[in-house]
Design a protein around this ligand. Structure first.
Ligand SMILES: Cc1cc2nc3c(=O)[nH]c(=O)nc-3n(C[C@H](O)[C@H](O)[C@H](O)COP(=O)(O)OP(=O)(O)OC[C@H]3O[C@@H](n4cnc5c(N)ncnc54)[C@H](O)[C@@H]3O)c2cc1C
Length: 459
């Protein structure tokens, strides 16, 4: 009987453990989790703060009892401190503070990522008790919740306008707070081209968010009037003050345990794994936000996402039991709802593609989500990237109103990119049509046909 130990109670660790139990019900599976919230959907945290998801317990994908019913053992509030690779033993700090050793045959490390601090001075010294927050775990969620309840802050500065920052801006606005959102780059949601980011910018501004772009925050401090962030904007000093500061500037892989055990770091300072999720250390596998990402179009990169962590965890769980499956690779498909808009992307943007050795052209188009004569039609804005050498579809970006199926339409592109289709082949897809839901040429095909036309004109 294999004794498999997984470290981490989030997407990667739990998926690996579930897969192992599913494939071999006799496998002895133990999951070591630093806190007491295994299998919580941290992706859902912003919706707890909007009030859409209540109580916080509903964020659990599965309860501890559900997980234990699959036959795995949970060791909660237990922190893995060291891996003895040669002895195949894991040292842990138990809830009482004692050191315990857990023997394993195979070990899967899913310690994920930690919020990035972006070198902001003062951030390490200030805590939730001071009104300064990050958001990555249920612990962070409870700390923010408590602060909101106790101090009733009226204003917030959000440093960062990536997808988590935007979701949290919506949450704070829903709670009646004044929100200033500060972004280092020239436009919000920098994972999209600025032309589409501008639509998201307009949406949050229309809902009352003060958007400050081209601004780098270098320090946070408490002042008599509140929490003051300072930095530079277009080369000039910039300061802003609010009752609460939330810093959401991305994540850094949590690699300490594996690094100490001798694992190698690669892209994004994440642990190097192969497509089988092998770390190179005997009998040690890893998956999730702590490891590099194999990208189908770019090779090895770092692209931490929940969807990817699930897939990698599943591969690690199967291979740790002697399987031979590969992580097929990410193409960075992602979607975010921002107030009444949805923004999504998959594959490569022009500059990623050029850097990856492709010869891309990107074109813009807009198309109605369904026939205009049927009530409620809205236009979706697209940007399509294809390779001019062979017409291969490389990427798509979309922004449309909530309800225009932007996220499912991006999935059509994701499927096509996975299959290696050309832009022209998108028009061959037999997509559904009925006037309230689509058009004879679906919006995605209108957008890819616009790319084809632009290429013909250019040639
Ligand atoms: C607010 C928010 C919204 C998000 N929304 C989306 C989304 O919509 N779509 C999407 O695809 N992704 C989203 N993500 C990203 C997604 O949540 C992460 O990619 C995913 O959770 C990574 O899973 P993971 O298992 O690698 O690690 P993590 O979620 O980072 O979890 C790490 C786990 O390891 C445990 N741990 C760490 N160190 C130790 C140790 N030494 N000993 C024991 N246990 C340890 C932690 O307690 C935790 O259980 C979001 C993230 C956030 C924060």
């Amino acid at each position: 009987m294999t004794h498999l130990v997984a470290i981490g109670g989030s997407d990667a660790g739990i998926t690996a453990a579930l897969r192992a139990r599913e494939l071999d019900p006799s496998a002895d599976v133990t999951v070591v989790v630093a806190d007491e919230y295994p299998n919580f959907s941290i992706c859902g945290i912003p919706y707890y703060f909007t009030g859409d998801v209540q109580p916080w317990q509903s964020l659990a994908h599965r309860t501890s009892a559900d997980l234990e019913a699959t036959g795995m053992q949970l060791r909660l509030n237990t922190f893995a401190t060291d891996i003895d690779v040669d002895g195949r033993r894991l040292a842990v700090r138990t809830p009482s503070g004692a050191v315990d050793m857990i023997d394993y045959d195979e070990l899967i490390v899913g310690t994920g990522a930690l919020p990035s601090r972006a070198g902001i001075a003062g951030l390490d010294a200030l805590t939730a008790a001071d009104g300064v927050h990050v958001i990555h775990s249920m612990g962070d969620t409870f700390a923010l919740d408590l602060d909101l309840a106790e101090r009733q802050p009226e204003s917030a500065i959000i440093v960062g306008a990536g997808y988590v920052g935007l979701e949290m801006a919506e949450a704070f606005i829903a709670r009646g707070m004044r929100v200033t959102q500060i972004q280092r780059g020239g436009e919000v949601l920098s994972t999209l081209d600025p032309e589409l980011g501008a639509l998201v910018h307009a949406e949050i501004a229309a809902h009352g968010v003060e958007v400050v772009t081209d601004t780098t925050i270098g320090a946070i401090e408490t002042t008599p009037t509140g929490l003051t962030v300072s930095g530079s904007r277009h080369g000039a000093p910039y300061t802003a003050t609010a009752d609460l500061v939330l810093v959401v500037v991305g994540v850094r892989p949590n690699t300490e345990l594996l690094e100490r055990a001798g694992a190698r770091l690669g892209a994004g300072h994440a642990v190097v794994v192969d497509e089988h999720m092998r770390t190179g250390l005997p009998h040690v596998w890893s998956a999730g936000d702590g490891v590099v990402t194999h990208h189908r179009l770019l090779g090895v990169t770092y692209l931490p996402l929940g969807t990817t962590s699930h897939k990698q965890g599943r591969v690690a769980g199967e291979n740790a039991l002697g399987g031979d499956v590969r992580f097929a690779g990410s193409i960075g498909t992602q979607a975010v709802k921002v107030f009444d808009l949805v923004a999504a992307r998959t594959g490569l943007r022009d500059h990623d593609a050029a850097a990856g050795g492709y010869e891309p052209v990107t074109t813009a188009a807009s198309a109605d989500d369904h026939k205009r004569y049927y009530p409620g039609a809205h236009s979706i804005a697209f940007r399509i990237t294809g390779d001019t050498r062979d017409g291969r579809l490389l990427g798509a970006q979309l922004v449309g109103r909530y309800g225009t199926e932007v996220s499912k339409r991006v999935d059509t592109f994701a499927t096509a990119i996975y299959a290696g289709l050309t832009v022209a082949q998108m028009s061959e897809l037999d997509l559904s049509y009925t006037p309230p839901l689509g058009s004879p040429w679906d919006a995605v095909q209108v957008a890819t046909q616009a790319w084809e036309s632009a290429i013909r004109v250019a040639v």
